[in-house]
Design a protein around this ligand. Structure first.
Ligand code: B3K
Ligand code: ZN
Length: 876
């Protein structure tokens, strides 16, 4: 398969000014009639090239006449029309089979209902079209279907007509007044019910809000509806963005390749990000739903009103919209807790991507299959890049820049460069060097050292930046990096900062702009040797290295005035200790718990002035994938043993305190009385963490404590907290709790996914056999992406000890499933292959085994572009 390059971009030579679509829906044989009003945009003759995939062309006319056969060329994925008049009407009929569409891209059937997914290139699986984001068109959509089976018929925009037809059929017509690219098209048809509410916009317009679900899910929509209303208000208050149609619809479907899709006025969602009741969804689910609902809503401006010129610009809408949803969530609860979660995700998922064979810039330069580039880099690193711009120009300056961006580009398809230019123009700033964040892959490293000179009362920080080579980019130019810092005195107070050349000191923290490979910062009037608090709030997506002593880290854990950095100090301390333990284990020595760490850890547990959610974050050890990131040669077994050892040792040493905190939080834990606010969630989180430590000790009474919690739980957070803790305690209690859960929830797919996932990630012996058994379970289906993610995805990404079993059995299992899945759903198969892509990070034996699997995949006949791209890049 051939790669597509950013440098080959050329604007379309034809415009589709208007399209009328008519769908005659039938699961096996749907007919799509389209009428395109075409206008050539260049003066000389130019062929019209339309894209199509798995389509059967039934008929075609231009201005009502059949085309001369010499002027029409059809091959597998394109339709080329020559010698068209500069302005004309093209009419076509195509036949498609939604029920045979297992790729879940284009028009397909889920749970007996029709739905669509068109981003990035799914529309071409519906009809021939200029399927590119810079081709914006006015859509009018007529849908005809059997009325009893498909009472609800939806598309984008406003409903303009509807009525009955002979033979029990009916029709609707939807018109979207906003021109849009085809990737934002949506159609839904089925037996659905809706929860309805309303929203009055800031200018007083009434918007009809609807969440469509299958009837048995109608009692799980309250939370999503409230989230939608909150996001609409927040975007008005924070960014002055008002909704622009009279209706906003969300549809939940069970079979969906990703989280959700921002189709204009008609979002289609994975039901996982809509449905929630306290007894079926955990606190984390509630928070995730809130943020995905917000994310898709925010796309209405950052994505739909202003969209991408081409798919290389994907981060223009995704990075910006992730940034916006992160800010929204931060405003709903504790900002620092949100930041910690986002940074954990970035470091454990995006940093490895940036250091592996799939590394690519936030604006990639080439791709084979665009669906492979909906990545942590484009989304999460892209959001960090937007956040850095805000740090550089300030919150108000950022708002000015965003206003200018929307004003300038409303109704256009633009580039990340246009976005940066708006920020520059609104703030009179030069961000030329900053643009390198969009073009250079890899995670920059900051090596920082500090030196205090008592005689001159000055403190000297030297900062050196570097960035490791990535595919096709061996040399990197220096990045423009905002480094937020403060200097703390021995009481933990921020020392006023006066840099060399400044006449006056300023209190508080400072944003230092690094633009060169090396910087020397000299601070004056520093009364004592300070402890620097660096990269506060994680002000840039970099790896910071500073030679802190354990004493300094313990000090920062207790005193840093930046909440994020207080947490970060604890993580760094834990990483250092765990690394020592890993060495001990590798050398056959007994690992040890550092008493200084234990003390600092206990002080956090005892600190009742801190928010419980922050305490819980601080007491959570760095994850295994993050620890793996820090090792030259990843040793999954030693990492797991060290982490388990530390959990157990802390649990034993502090058992009485964990128990006391657990008991103290008991009464406030349940959901009775509307306890779904951030404070109650924080308490449940800390309480479940205490339970997990108690269960990690192996102490006899712990499993009964967990079982009692499981049985008494009136909410899924506590039920899952107990079950998760029990995964550390094999035995009768664990077995009967799992069995009870399965029996109780077998008909709730989203809840049953938790049961599958918990077992797929269990680290005790026999994991592989268990995964094989799970795949034989009557409710397992390789066609349902959520279930595949719950079993195979969870095993490959979150069960390192068994996925990387030394005999290669984990790799074999995943490879076989990848190949089976590829024939059905290439997008999901490709995601699974990424688990094999970082083979070079392991020992020689595992390298050989993973490599062999990748070679077997690449050699497989009929492989999709999706899987080919990931597997071949991994080998290259
Ligand atoms: N824009 C969609 C993602 C589409 C993925 C296509 N493979 C959801 C989102 O980011 O909001
Ligand atoms: Zn998005």
């Amino acid at each position: 398969p051939a790669a597509i390059h950013l440098t080959d971009y050329a604007p379309p030579q034809w415009r589709i000014e208007q399209v009328d679509l008519c769908f005659l829906l039938d699961p096996a044989d749907t007919r799509v009639r389209s009428r395109l009003q075409l206008r050539r945009t260049v003066s000389q003759e130019a062929p019209l090239v339309l894209q199509g995939e798995e389509l059967k062309l039934i008929s075609l006319t231009v201005d009502g006449q059949p085309m001369a056969s010499g002027n029409l060329h059809q091959d597998e994925n394109s339709l080329t029309l020559h010698e068209l008049p500069a302005q004309c009407t093209l009419e076509m009929e195509t036949a498609i089979s939604p029920e045979a569409n297992t790729a879940l891209s284009g028009l397909y059937v889920s749970g007996g209902n029709f739905c669509t997914q068109c981003e990035a290139e799914g529309f071409r699986r519906i009809t021939w079209f200029l399927d590119r984001p810079d081709a914006m068109t006015l859509f009018t959509v007529r849908i005809e279907a059997d009325k009893a089976r498909y009472p609800v018929l939806l598309s984008n925009g406003n409903l303009t007509d509807s009525g009955d037809l002979p033979e029990g059929r009916h029709y609707v017509v939807w018109h979207d007044p906003f021109p849009k690219p085809s990737y934002l098209f949506a159609l839904v048809a089925g037996d659905l019910v809706c929860q309805q509410d309303r929203f009055t916009t800031c200018s007083g317009r009434e918007v009809d809000l609807r969440i469509y679900v299958q009837r048995h899910n109608l009692d799980k929509c309250d939370h999503a509806m409230r989230s939608l209303q909150k996001s609409m208000r927040w975007d008005e208050d924070t960014y002055g963005r008002e909704y622009d149609l009279d209706i906003y619809m969300i549809v939940a479907v069970d079979d969906f390749n990703m989280g959700a899709m921002e189709n204009k006025g008609l979002n289609v969602f994975n039901s996982k990000y809509v449905l929630a009741r306290p007894d079926t969804a955990t606190d984390d689910d509630f928070v995730a739903i809130d943020s995905v609902i917000a994310h898709e809503y925010f796309h209405n401006w950052s994505g739909n009103r202003v969209t991408c010129r081409d798919w290389f610009q994907l981060s223009l809408k995704e990075g910006l919209t992730v940034f916006r949803d992160q800010e929204y969530t931060a405003d709903q609860s504790l900002r620092a807790v949100k930041r910690i979660g986002d940074v954990q995700r970035l470091r454990s998922l995006q940093f490895p991507e940036d250091a592996g064979p799939m590394a690519h810039p936030v604006r990639p330069q080439s791709y084979i299959e665009i669906n492979n580039f909906y990545t942590m880099t484009v989304y999460e690193k892209g959001a960090e890049v937007v956040r850095m711009i805000q740090t550089l120009v300030g919150r108000e300056g950022f708002r000015r820049g965003l206003d200018l961006y929307f004003e300038r580009h409303d109704g256009q398809a633009v580039t990340t460069d246009d976005f940066v230019r708006a920020m520059e123009d609104a703030n009179a700033r030069d961000l030329r060097r900053f643009r390198r964040w969009y073009d250079q892959a890899g995670t920059p490293v900051l090596d920082v050292a500090g030196e205090y000179d008592a005689a001159s009362a000055s403190y000297r920080l030297t900062v050196r930046q570097s960035c490791p080579p990535t595919q096709g980019q061996s040399e990197k130019l220096p990045f423009h990096i905002p480094l937020t810092l403060a200097l703390l005195d021995s009481q933990g107070r921020e020392i006023p900062l006066r840099l060399e050349g400044e006449s006056q000191a300023s209190p508080g923290e400072r944003v230092i702009e690094l633009t060169a490979p090396d910087h020397v910062l000299v601070f004056h009037d520093v009364p004592e040797a300070p402890v620097p608090s660096l990269l506060r709030g994680f002000s840039a997506p970099v790896k910071l290295r500073f030679p802190y002593t354990h004493e300094e880290l313990a000090f920062l854990m207790g005193h840093d005035t930046d909440d994020f950095n207080r947490w970060e100090a604890g993580q760094q301390f834990a990483v250092q200790m765990l690394q020592g333990q890993i060495h001990d284990i590798q050398a056959g020595r007994e690992p040890m718990l550092d008493p200084l760490f234990q003390e600092a850890f206990a002080r956090v547990l005892d600190n009742d002035t801190l928010d419980t959610a922050l305490v819980a974050e601080a007491l959570t050890l760095p994850g295994e994938t993050y620890l793996a990131e820090q090792m030259q040669v990843v040793d999954v077994d030693a990492i797991h043993q060290a982490r388990q050892f530390t959990r157990r040792a802390l649990g034993e040493a502090l058992a009485a305190r964990f128990r006391a905190v657990y008991d103290a939080l008991r009464d406030s834990s349940g959901v009775a009385g509307e306890q779904m606010d951030a404070a109650a969630m924080g308490r449940r989180r800390l309480r479940n963490l205490c339970l997990a430590y108690l269960c990690a000790t192996g102490e006899e009474s712990a499993p009964s404590l967990a079982e009692a919690q499981y049985q008494a739980a009136d909410n899924m957070t506590d039920a899952m907290g107990a079950l998760r803790a029990l995964m550390d305690c094999p035995g009768a209690i664990q077995e009967r709790s799992l069995a009870h859960f399965e029996a109780r929830w077998r008909d709730e797919p989203l809840v049953l996914d938790k049961w599958f996932g918990l077992q797929a990630t269990a680290s005790d012996a026999g994991a592989l056999e268990r995964v094989r058994r799970l795949m034989q379970h009557p409710r397992f289906s390789i066609r349902n992406p959520n279930r595949v993610r719950a079993v195979l995805g969870a095993f490959a990404m979150a069960n390192p000890v068994h996925f990387h079993a030394a005999d290669g059995s984990g790799y074999e299992l995943i490879t076989n499933q990848v190949l089976e899945l590829d024939a059905l759903n290439p997008q999901i198969a490709a995601r699974l292959v990424t688990s094999l892509s970082r083979w070079k990070r392991f020992d020689a034996q595992r390298q050989g085994l993973m490599r062999t699997c990748l070679e077997r995949i690449v050699a497989h006949p009929g492989l999709s572009r999706d899987v080919y791209e990931i597997a071949s890049r991994s080998l290259g």
